[in-house]
Design a protein around this ligand. Structure first.
Ligand SMILES: Nc1ncnc2c1ncn2[C@@H]1O[C@H](COP(=O)(O)OP(=O)(O)O)[C@@H](O)[C@H]1O
Ligand SMILES: [Mg+2]
Length: 365
């Protein structure tokens, strides 16, 4: 938080903030911190009669140059000051840029542009243009600071090659929360429950479980909330560690279910075959060939067409791409197909439970 503030602080006095990139796993507080810091900045600057405005752009949704520019311009625009509107459509990208520069100069002294999930941007041209706006005199009466946020820990490398030459910036890596920090975060949400409803172990256990699972604050909060829901559904007066464990399983299953939502039955059959081969061990690494032999049985039981080993290998690759499993490809002997080993990234029991939600697969039980 302090480091983010440090980079942006010049804005309080109307000077150009340092461009900043924040990296860290999901749920490590990146978006929250960026928002809080810019909000505080806005207030402090107002005391110095400096107008700071912040735009938050979700690059997962706005992933093209034109849509980023348009969204940015409309978030900052105050028609009373700029005398301009930002139409939804109809302008060329160049015209949107021109309006943006005018909007920035007439509506703000300093604009902070938060580009969240920046790795989803299809094209970094917009990054280059924004970062050089001052230098190229596109904006003359105002300053611009960019905060790029990414969940990809290894994004700095990808990024540096692409844009390092283009502009200077600071980089911050947000570590994932540990159990103690998660505990504090959850303690602050205790007031969502009536006094005495949470038994003593609930928050420590929920934090510990979430810390094991990558230290994602969002997950910790979900677990606590779901534990409450489960307790209420059972008509229990109190939330206990049993409820927390059930909530953790549920939140994992839900997340996993989202991940494989829309996956074809054949893929699910392949995944089910992998689950069967693991013998209940999450870390077990299974060869394509073993999975394939299991798959032939599963497909038979399900009355599915039996796909070729090569096709099954392709489906495994897709599952790997979706982060459902992790595959290691050994060699690509010509004409021999691709050989590799595959392992689950989620508890076999949970994967199985989610797969059995599929009406077709459920006949295997
Ligand atoms: N230090 C914190 N104190 C309280 N809540 C937090 C904290 N860090 C994260 N959270 C909450 O956890 C969730 C995930 O945080 P977020 O900033 O969206 O993570 P990220 O952007 O890194 O994925 C949000 O609901 C946020 O409010
Ligand atoms: Mg975020």
């Amino acid at each position: 938080m302090a480091k983010v503030a440090q980079a942006l602080n010049p804005a309080i006095f109307g000077r150009e903030p340092t461009h900043l990139f924040i990296f860290g796993k999901t749920g490590s507080g990146k978006t929250l911190t960026a928002r809080l810091v810019s909000e505080r900045l806005q207030n402090e600057a107002a005391r110095e009669s400096v107008e700071v405005n912040t735009a938050v752009i979700d690059c997962g949704e706005q992933n093209t140059e034109a849509s980023v520019i348009k969204t940015l311009a409309s978030q900052i625009n105050d028609p009373n000051k700029s005398g301009m509107t930002i139409p939804e459509r109809g302008l060329s990208t160049g015209d949107y840029y021109n309006r943006l520069w005018q909007v920035l100069d007439t509506c703000s002294d300093v604009t902070i542009v938060i580009l969240d999930e920046i790795d989803m941007l299809r094209d970094d041209e917009v990054l280059r243009k924004l970062s050089r706006a001052g230098e190229n005199q596109k904006i003359v009466d105002s300053r611009l600071g960019i905060v790029g946020i990414s969940n990809k820990i290894d994004y700095p490398e990808e990024l540096t090659e692409r844009v390092k030459s283009s502009f200077s910036h600071d980089e911050l890596v947000f570590p994932s929360y540990d159990a103690n920090q998660l505990r504090e975060i959850l303690e602050n949400r205790r007031d969502a429950f009536k006094p005495g409803v949470l038994t003593d172990d609930v928050i420590p256990l929920a934090s510990a479980l979430a810390a094991q699972e990558h230290g994602d604050a969002r997950k910790a909060i979900d677990i606590l909330r779901n534990a409450g829901r489960i307790a209420r559904k059972e008509g229990s007066e109190q939330v206990t560690d049993e409820h927390v464990r059930a909530a953790k399983e549920k939140s994992e299953a839900d997340r996993f279910s989202e991940l494989i939502e829309g996956t074809a039955t054949q893929s699910k059959a392949v995944l089910y075959s992998l689950v069967l081969r693991t013998g209940g061990r999450k870390t077990a690494e299974i060869t394509t060939n073993k999975i394939y032999r299991q798959y032939l049985e599963v497909a038979d039981e399900l009355d599915l067409d039996q796909l070729s080993e090569r096709r099954v290998q392709e489906l495994l690759q897709e599952l790997d791409f979706l982060n459902v499993i992790q595959s290691e490809v050994r060699g690509r002997g010509r004409g021999q197909g691709v050989h590799g080993t595959h392992r689950l990234l989620e508890d076999p029991d949970i994967v199985k439970r989610v797969l059995l939600r599929d009406s077709r697969i459920s006949t295997l039980e």
